[in-house]
Structures are given as structure tokens and as C-alpha cells.
Design a protein around this ligand. Sequence first.
Ligand code: COA
Length: 244
Amino acid sequence: MSGFNTAIFEKTDWGLAYVTLNRPQALNAFSVQMRDDLYEILTAIRQDDEIRAVIFKGAGDKAFCAGADLREFLTAPSAAKARKIRAIRDLWRLFLRVPQPMIAALHGYVLGSGIEIGLFCDLRVASEDAIFGLPEVGLGILPGAGGTQTLPRIMGMAGALDMLLTGRRLNGQEALQMGLINQLVPRPELLKTAEAMAHAIASFDPVVVRNAKQAVIKGLDMSLSQGLDLEWRLATKTKRSQCQ
Ligand code: COA
């Protein structure tokens, strides 16, 4: 699949997909066009059973993504239009519906929507040059890509509120200590580490992997008791699929 302006979508013959945010001249800032491109790419990934794992990365040396495109703020649509677009193209909810594990390979600036894209991934590996932050409140806005919800779920409320309310930026070591990322590696090791994670995932039965992911992601929105029921249902379904 090709022809996107702001992202590159590639697929290997062993079932790994790469999604590269590709506006390096603007530090891969998240634009309306990028939203539409990612929407199409994620829709294709969801429907492709050959894909077993997905790696998100950023083009260029300086950033995974420096947040929402600030130049587009000047031409932002009205609230009504934005609501309508979100109803038909809700990229952030689509992230939640991708059944395959997604890995974020994060380097350089990981700000605003950049960190939020990373938070929708299931695993996060960062290089030592990474800088994480949510600058939105300082800009007079709220994060619009789920950050107020995903960040506390992943790193806990104390760290999330610190980043959100004070604009505190974290370096890679702090992000690791605070549970925002799974691994911190030297820059040359970044992609290799993400690929090793993807290889480990791809070596397992894809149905089992998807069910395990679903149990965690859906279970997070449930009470413990409902979550145990969900786990039981998925475990039974997994066993049945292996007996077929
Ligand atoms: N939206 C649009 N363009 C952006 C951008 C963004 N969020 N972040 C960076 N860019 C552009 C810059 O305008 C610049 O373009 P130019 O070369 O045409 O002038 C280019 O990317 C390089 O950025 P620059 O600011 O020169 O790099 P730097 O190393 O000096 O600073 C940052 C890097 C990330 C500290 C700085 O770019 C920045 O603060 N960006 C905005 C971060 C932000 O607030 N994001 C919004 C979150 S909601």
C-alpha cells in the first residue's frame, strides 16, 4: 500500500508492518492529512491477517513526532465540523480496535500527539535521546488524542498529572523509571530492539496473541469481576480454536 503523503506503510514477508510518520521537515507533526493517512493504514492493518505485529516509528533524526501541527491551529475547523469529522473518522478509537500488537519505537521529541500515539501502542521502546512531554495545557488547550485517559492508565495518576499540569518533560531514563516505556536503548539499537519484540510476538500463535491483547485492553475498562469473565471467555475461545 503506498501513496500516502505523511506516512509510509510497509509490510515484510514474515508479517511485520512498519508505519513511519513521515514529515521530518516538520518533526513529523501530526496534521489533518496524517490523521487521514493513519486512518486508512490502520483500517488496512486491522483487515490483514498476515500482519502479526506493527512498529510505529518516525522519519528523520530529531523526532518521533513533535505534537499536533501548530500551523494548522490557525485554520482549525469549527467545533461542529470537528465533531462531525470525529464521528466518521475517529482515529483514536480505531487504534483501540487494532487486534495485532503495536510497538512504538520512539526517538527524539515525543510530544503531544506523538506521546499519545505511543500510548495507544502496546509496547514502547525509546532511545536515549528521547524527550517526552504534553505541552497542551501550556498552549491553552487539552490533549485531544486520548492523553488524559491513556497516560494515567499506563504510568499512574501521579506522573500523568505532573506531566499534564506542570508541562514537565521526561528524559528516557525518567520515562523508564516512571513506567511510560518498556525499554530504553542506545539510538542505534532502537529499531533492532523493536524488531526483536515483533519477532517474539510473531513466533507465537496469532490467535492466542490477539486474544491475550484483547483480554488486557478490554479488561481495563471493566470491573475485576467482569474482567475475570472476559478472560474466561477468551481462554475458552482460544482453547477451542487450538483444537480445530
Ligand atoms: N507543528 C508544526 N511544525 C512544527 C512543529 C509542530 N508541532 N514542531 C516543529 N515544527 C517545525 C518547525 O516550525 C520548524 O520548521 P521550519 O524549519 O520550517 O521553521 C521545524 O519543524 C524544525 O523545528 P525547530 O523548532 O526549528 O526545531 P528545534 O530543534 O529548534 O526545536 C522543538 C524542537 C520540538 C522544541 C520545537 O520545534 C517545538 O517546541 N515544537 C512545538 C512542540 C509543541 O508545542 N507541539 C504541540 C503539541 S500540542
